[in-house]
Design a protein around this ligand. Structure first.
Ligand code: KIV
Length: 296
């Protein structure tokens, strides 16, 4: 792993060497900074921000204005990793022009690439964006922006017919100029078949090991997701949510018991000035102030 900025050529070279790309979501400056320092290859500013950051029940409610705030923060923190901005619901579906404008604002905000959901039905959007010089990643399998059509968060590609359809979608995205496709929530064997059918990079989240790299939602692996969804494919690497709660309880107890702030948290002052101020407090506020009444 070098220090230079990850580009599409870096990702292709990783694949050529048989090395897996490491892909993680981030939505804020500190997380982007820390995961970038850890050497991840790609950061997705996912529309999962709707759920992880904004407490919404699904990804459908987040818009371009909110996503741009997350995108700018992440791009400030990511020095090496390639940043992919996730086009939110209705930011590309209406027309090719909408897609190019939305993707263009992500690129202007610092993204290296954009991601959008769907296969054959969005090829003209993908072609319009790639024709505009924008690097596009497709997203197939479980596509949360079509949650109602899919009937919920369900594993996709569970029959040969279903996998063939996904593979055809992936091939259509490749033909439209996409540099990669992300497969979500598919059996490992099904994802392997899709990966073998295309020449572009294939990444997975819950799609097994036979792909070119793995994506994880940072809140899932760090233990900061507030909610009941805990997909089978997540491995927990930290319990930061639990740590935040414990730290806040300890802080509250210390404040309530007068243990915080302690002397080491207070600013020092020259002793003669302190004496003068103390005297002034006795004179001016002594009657009303419970603190001044306690003064020696
Ligand atoms: O928004 C996101 O984080 C995503 C992943 C779930 C694939 O699109």
């Amino acid at each position: 792993m070098g220090d230079s900025k990850v580009t599409l050529a870096t990702l292709a070279a990783l694949k050529a060497r048989g090395e897996k790309a490491v892909f993680i979501t981030a939505y804020d400056y500190p997380t982007a900074t820390f995961v970038d320092r850890a050497g991840v290859d790609m950061i997705l500013v996912g529309d999962s921000a709707a759920m992880t950051m904004l407490g919404m029940p699904n990804t459908l409610g987040v818009g371009m204005d909110e996503m741009l705030v997350f995108v700018r923060a992440v791009c400030r923190g990511a020095r090496r990793a390639l940043v992919v901005g996730d086009l939110p619901f209705l930011s590309y579906q209406p027309s090719d022009e909408t897609a190019v404008r939305s993707a263009g604002s992500f690129v202007a905000a610092g993204c290296d690439a954009v991601k959008c959901e769907g296969g054959r039905r969005i090829v003209s959007r993908v072609r319009a964006m790639t024709d505009a010089g924008i690097a596009v990643m497709g997203h197939l399998g479980l596509t949360p922006q079509s949650l109602a059509q899919l009937g919920g968060y369900r594993v996709q590609g569970k029959t040969l017919e279903a996998v063939q359809r996904i593979a055809d979608d992936a091939a259509a995205l490749e033909e439209a100029g996409a540099f990669a496709v992300l497969l979500e929530a598919m059996p490992a064997e099904a994802a392997a078949l899709v990966a073998e059918r295309v020449g572009i990079l294939v990444y997975g989240i819950g799609a097994g090991p036979h792909v070119d790299g793995q994506l994880v939602i940072s809140h899932d692996m760090l233990g900061t997701f507030v909610g009941d969804i805990r997909p089978r494919f997540v491995r927990r690497y930290a319990e930061i949510g639990r740590d935040i709660e414990r730290a806040a309880r300890e802080y509250a107890a210390d404040v309530r018991a007068g243990r915080f702030p302690a002397e080491e948290h207070c600013y020092a002052i020259a002793p003669d000035c302190e004496a003068e101020i103390r005297a002034a407090r006795r004179v001016t506020a002594g009657i009303e102030s419970p603190y001044a009444q306690a003064l020696p």
